[in-house]
Design a protein around this ligand. Structure first.
Ligand code: ADP
Ligand code: MG
Length: 260
């Protein structure tokens, strides 16, 4: 059965999508079967995996969720794209925003995504969920079906404050809906190693959360190459195979595999 990992942080621009894509490819490179589900109507993950015009895709997470809510039959292969680097993707597009709104009024809709992952989890070793930058219905759906949460946090903001609401939400989901959920850890992204600022940030993060939550040993460095890759529809392992970000995502993935 697949291990399901959500990449979540209600803050945008902290490298949730970048981390989902690169950990996904790093897992494939290690021989694992990986499905990424794009849970964000902005569809950045779909684009970053090489599908430049998500709004033209016919079957996406939104149609699958609608099928589940309406109890329509569908094939579990429906909508799954096979990316060039070996990752499977259930894509998203802007229609997902409408689905998110309609879910609010449906009883038990928090577990719609879980119904889907329950159907498909025999087919994969890992299912990664790229969450949207809020704590709305889609993120709650992701948290309700995952085994683990990875929290990417950018070293440029005081993470101690912003993470509280996310952690509270995870604790609530654990109590009400998904007792098995576990925070796998916080990973610092866009990290500038030699600045005092970054060092202080790491210290404060360790001080505030270090006793309860794993702070991953690997930090993902800031690098232009990493920012270029998504528009090209490739991972860092294709765009800059020998660079520091590729090597960091590789070590980070090693840590992830060791702790799940
Ligand atoms: P989120 O999904 O949390 O909104 P993204 O993964 O889309 O964040 O990243 C936000 C922006 O930062 C994107 O433009 C992305 O290309 C860029 N980015 C991500 N990781 C790095 C990095 N290590 N170095 C430089 N830019 C990065
Ligand atoms: Mg994103």
């Amino acid at each position: 059965m697949a291990k399901i990992i959500a990449f979540a942080n209600q803050k945008g621009g902290v490298a949730k999508t970048t981390s989902t894509v690169n950990v996904g490819v790093a897992l494939v490179n290690r021989g694992y079967r990986v499905l990424i589900i794009d849970c964000d109507p902005q569809a950045s993950c779909t684009v970053a995996l090489g599908y430049q015009t998500p709004d033209e895709l016919e079957i996406t997470l939104s149609s699958i969720m609608e099928n589940i809510v309406n109890e329509n039959d569908f094939d579990i292969e429906d909508g799954i794209l096979h990316n060039n680097e070996g990752v499977d993707l259930l894509p998203a597009n802007i229609e997902l925003a409408g689905v998110e709104v309609s879910l609010i009024s449906i009883m038990g809709s928090e577990t719609t995504l879980k119904e889907y992952t329950d159907m498909i989890d025999e087919e994969y070793d890992f299912i990664l969920l790229d969450c949207s930058p809020n704590l709305g219905q889609l993120t709650i759906n992701a948290l309700s079906c995952c085994d683990y949460v990875i929290i990417p946090a950018q070293a440029a903001y005081l993470p101690a404050k912003g993470l509280e609401q996310l952690i509270k939400t995870i604790i609530r989901v654990k109590k009400k809906m998904n007792p098995k959920i576990e925070i796998l850890g916080i990973v610092l992204t866009m990290y500038q190693k030699n600045t005092n600022y970054a060092k202080e940030m790491l210290e404060s993060l360790n001080f505030v959360y270090g006793n309860n939550i794993r702070i991953f040993d690997t930090q993902i460095p800031l690098a232009v190459k990493a920012a270029e890759a998504p528009a090209l529809g490739v991972s860092i392992f294709v765009h800059d195979k020998r660079g520091k970000v590729a090597s960091a995502y590789d070590s980070f993935t090693e840590e992830v595999v060791a702790h799940v």
